[in-house]
Design a protein around this ligand. Sequence first.
Ligand code: NAD
Length: 278
Amino acid sequence: MTIPTVQLNDGYDIPQLGYGVFRVPAGDTERAVSEALEVGYRHIDTAAIYGNEEGVGAAIANSGIPRRELFVTTKLWNDRHDGNDPHDAIRESLDRLGLERVDLYLIHWPTPAKDNYLHAWEQLIELRAAGLTRSIGVSNFLVPHLERIVAATGVVPAVDQIELHPAHQQRDVTDWAAAQDVRIEAWGPLGQGKYDLFGIPAVREAASAHQKSPAQVVLRWHLQKGNIVFPKSVRRERLEENIDVFDFELSDAELRAIDALDPGDGTGRVSSHPDEVN
Ligand code: NAD
């Protein structure tokens, strides 16, 4: 199984499809990540707040897969933005992961009411220079947050990891990112199962036309839009299903039918608004 890569604006490649471990229980993470690696995933998305970095690290250590073949992302939690805390936080994450550096380190949320995400971004620039992470990026940043950190530092994040699925496509952010050479990572790519995405006719019809599942159609839509995705499941058969999306192509009409599923007024959001997470 060869997973295509996407080039980041710092020249490094990231596998376009990975495995995300939000809400994978700590006690199940080593098993789940080991199975994902067996199935062929080489990109793991975790975060300090998920409480399962140890399990990710154990699975990596036991896999025997060379470190250079793996892409590992983790994230700085909201209460660690100030002072020198980002340095301590990444070292704690690296200890739990059993790694010397991660491939990508993200500010998890901008927490705008605290007004410290610019400071956190300056700290991430230092962490990259210190070799603790190869690439740096942000998550849940809206256009004003992105514009501010770029204007102040001149350093453009490699990615913005945002809630993105057919009902919530965030075109203001994706347009800005495309213009600035920032890659979009789509979290909740399947809508976190919070609405009947797989029952929507545009998705169902494409699935039957290609003899694929609705989940595979939605993941394929993301990939053809250029999004980086890491759907979550703890079931091996779904891990296998979610990676089996490289042998078919949606037509322009099928893509447009899914593009049309966003009501355009923000009501398709299934999780928190970034301005309200502080
Ligand atoms: P998701 O859209 O990947 O949905 C996961 C749910 O979809 C699972 O509970 C599973 O039951 C179901 N599912 C998975 N594969 C399926 C299949 N083939 N058929 C039917 N149902 C299927 O949502 P997510 O886990 O929230 O997002 C993916 C990853 O994004 C996370 O694991 C995490 O790494 C990341 N994430 C980041 C943030 C952030 O703030 N940066 C927030 C949430 C998630």
